[in-house]
Structure formats: structure tokens, C-alpha cells
Design a protein around this ligand. Structure first.
Ligand code: TLP
Length: 354
């Protein structure tokens, strides 16, 4: 069956154009830094994000880890959101591999870390304390609803970091979604940060890969650590060729994914048994909702029933779902999903009634 796959935007398979570019890619040995396609991708990414240099890495997780390891010494402290991917979903890499101590702050409903919380969490000089070294934000903030964080907010975080001699990293896995939703050049969102990671393999549709950007010195250190972690990628131009198409063509179409997510959001609002997260609406490619108590099906049963109807969905909590739109979800896919949810929840309501 041709499934509508809404589990994540990480599921995006390469487009025919990408597959062709990958087949024809000029390659070299990237550990010698002579893969021309990787070099071109890195140069382009650095320019687009307004930084001196860039490094192609296998995953967002590795990109974030490299940033943390380059910025911090063992025992240093990092301010992170308690709902951030770095804190929750990267297997504790910063602690396990870097001896880096996370200081989690509550993510606000709008995805931000409250500026006063950041200020208050910076350790004072004291023999008992760790040294606060780095502050991290996530844009878009995934778990809070795929929320884009504004350039103004990012600038304020950057200011606090500077005033307190902290470094500033952005997990920008979906920063191009944020830029599209806010209608700003992505550079405005990255300017205050010392380093930014973004993913090619999510809404930008590439099969594999993320990019880390920062100063030349930072990227040289990150390249060294990437090698240490086994991430020297040799003829990676085959993958970078798809990445170039992501940066040339894919980021300009993200608004379409956002419009479809809105349609999904509006449609699901009408379905009995679902409570959508953001009453005021959504602005990127994610729709989060909970099941009401009236729905007797478990999330696993819903996943199975939706699959039978040709739609793949994934849970985000014991009674919670996240649906993500992307390149391979068209208007018909949105309609099919809405129909499947309506049918499923209506039919279970009837069964409950009997
Ligand atoms: N997120 C994935 C899952 O790991 C949850 C998803 O489906 O959303 N930062 C953010 C904000 C992310 O959402 C992700 C992946 C990453 C980093 C890590 O990227 P990868 O999967 O390339 O290591």
C-alpha cells in the first residue's frame, strides 16, 4: 500500500531529482577534505546561515553533540530546555561522552526558555558550583508544537549569553521551517548564535545528513571530534548532492507543508474525541493532539487502525499524537487522513454506544 506517512518529516525519501544528482555526484575523500560536492554543500550552508564555516555530519544528534563537546569542558554546565531534543532525545550524549552537566529549564508554552530563568540559572563563581558555559535553544521547538522562535527572542538570548560570557548554540533541526513561518531570512535567526545545527534530512527532504555551522576555529575542532566519533564519511558527496538540492530548492516550498498542517489541524478540530493542542492554531508542519477519555482505543490500537486505512501515525505520549506534514504529503493525503480519523473515531463511538 502507498501509505500517507505522518510519523515525522524524517521519513522523507529523496526526490527523483535528488536520486539523479546522487548518482552523478562528483566525489572525493572527505577525510582528505577533497570531496568537491561536500565542500560545495558546506560553503553554501555557511553562506546561507551567515557563519564562517560548516561541517556536514551524519545526523542532527551528532551535530548537536559536536557543538556541546567543542564548546564545553568536562564538568561545565549547559542551559537547555527540559522539553528539548538535546536534553530528552539524544541518549544523554553530552554527559556520557563529554562529562557535560545539563541544567534543564522549563520550556514555556510558546517554546521559549524564559529570559529571567536563563539569567537566574547562570552559576555564580563559587567553589561548589559548576561553570555555566553554554545556553541552547531549539528552533522550531518540536515538543512544544513545532513552534518557531522569533529573531527578537533569539537576539535577547544572545545578549544574555554575551553579557555573561556564555556561548550560544541553536538546535535548528527545523530552522528553515521557522524562517518560512516567520517570513524572515534564516540568517536573522542564526546571527546571535555561536553555532547552529540544522537537518537536511527532515523537511528539506534529503535522505541523510545535517550541518553544523560556526567560526572556522569551531568547525576545525568539530571536524576533529567527528573523526574521533567515527564520523569521517569519505565519498559523502553522494549524500551532499541531495543536500545541495535541499538548499537550492526545498527550503522555499516549506510553506506548502505548513499550509497542509493547518488544514489537518482545522479538520482534526472537528473530529470527536480529539483535543488539539494549540487552540489559536499552528504555524509550522506539526500537529499535536490528545485523545479524550471518551475514546476507548489505546494509542497503539489507533496506530494499527490508521495503518489499515493507509495512514501511518506515531504516538507522542500515552494519549497523545504528533502528525508531521512534509514533501510527500499532498492535499489528497490530508483529506485521506481526516477521513480515516473521522471514520475510526465515529465507528468506535457507535460501538461504545451499542
Ligand atoms: N527528531 C526526530 C525524533 O528524534 C524525535 C523527530 O521525528 O522529530 N533536534 C530536533 C529538534 C529533532 O527533532 C531531532 C530529530 C534532532 C535534533 C536529531 O536529528 P537526527 O534524527 O538527525 O539525529
Amino acid at each position: 500500500m502507498n501509505y500517507i506517512d505522518l510519523r515525522s518529516d524524517t521519513v522523507t525519501k529523496p526526490t527523483p531529482e535528488m536520486r539523479e544528482a546522487m548518482a552523478e555526484a562528483e566525489v572525493g575523500d572527505d577525510v582528505y577534505m577533497d570531496d568537491p560536492t561536500v565542500n560545495k554543500l558546506q560553503e553554501k550552508a555557511a553562506i546561507m546561515l551567515g557563519k564562517q564555516d560548516a561541517l556536514f555530519v551524519p545526523s542532527g544528534t551528532m551535530g548537536n553533540l559536536l557543538a556541546l563537546l567543542v564548546h564545553c569542558q568536562r564538568g561545565d554546565e549547559v542551559i537547555v530546555g527540559d522539553q528539548s531534543h538535546i536534553y530528552m532525545n539524544e541518549a544523554g550524549g553530552m554527559s556520557a561522552l563529554g562529562g557535560v552537566h545539563p541544567h534543564p529549564l522549563a520550556n514555556q508554552r510558546d517554546g521559549t526558555l524564559a529570559l529571567d530563568d536563563i539569567r537566574a540559572s547562570i552559576q555564580t563563581e563559587d567553589v561548589h558550583h559548576t561553570i555555566t558555559r553554554l545556553v541552547c535553544i531549539e528552533n522550531t521547538q518540536n515538543v512544544c508544537g513545532g513552534i518557531p522562535l522569533s529573531a527578537e527572542y533569539t537576539t535577547q538570548v544572545g545578549r544574555i549569553a554575551k553579557e555573561n560570557n556564555l556561548l550560544f548554540h541553536i538546535d535548528g533541526a527545523r530552522i528553515f521551517n521557522a524562517a518560512a513561518a516567520l517570513n524572515v531570512d534564516v540568517k536573522e535567526l542564526t546571527a546571535p548564535a555561536d553555532s547552529v545545527m540544522f537537518c537536511l534530512s527532515k523537511g528539506l527532504v534529503s535522505p541523510v545528513g545535517s550541518i553544523l555551522v560556526g567560526t572556522k576555529k569551531f568547525i576545525n575542532s568539530a571536524r576533529h571530534l567527528r573523526k574521533m566519533l567515527g564520523g569521517g564519511m569519505r565519498q559523502a558527496g553522494v549524500l551532499a548532492a541531495a543536500g545541495l538540492i535541499s538548499l537550492e530548492k526545498m527550503y522555499t516550498r516549506l510553506g506548502q507543508d505548513h499550509a497542509r498542517a493547518k488544514k489537518l489541524f482545522e479538520g482534526l478540530k472537528q473530529v470527536n474525541g480529539l483535543v488539539l493542542d494549540a487552540a489559536e492554531g499552528i504555524s509550522t508542519n506539526m500537529v499535536y493532539f490528545n485523545l479524550t477519555d471518551e475514546v476507548k482505543l489505546s494509542v497503539d490500537q489507533i496506530i494499527d487502525e490508521m495503518k489499515k486505512r493507509g495512514v501511518l501515525v506515531d504516538w507522542a505520549g500515552p494519549r497523545r499524537f504528533r502528525l508531521v506534514t512534509h514533501y510527500w504529503v499532498d492535499d489528497a493525503g490530508v483529506e485521506k487522513t481526516l477521513k480515516a480519523f473521522e471514520e475510526l473515531l465515529q465507528s468506535t463511538a457507535q460501538k461504545d454506544h451499542l
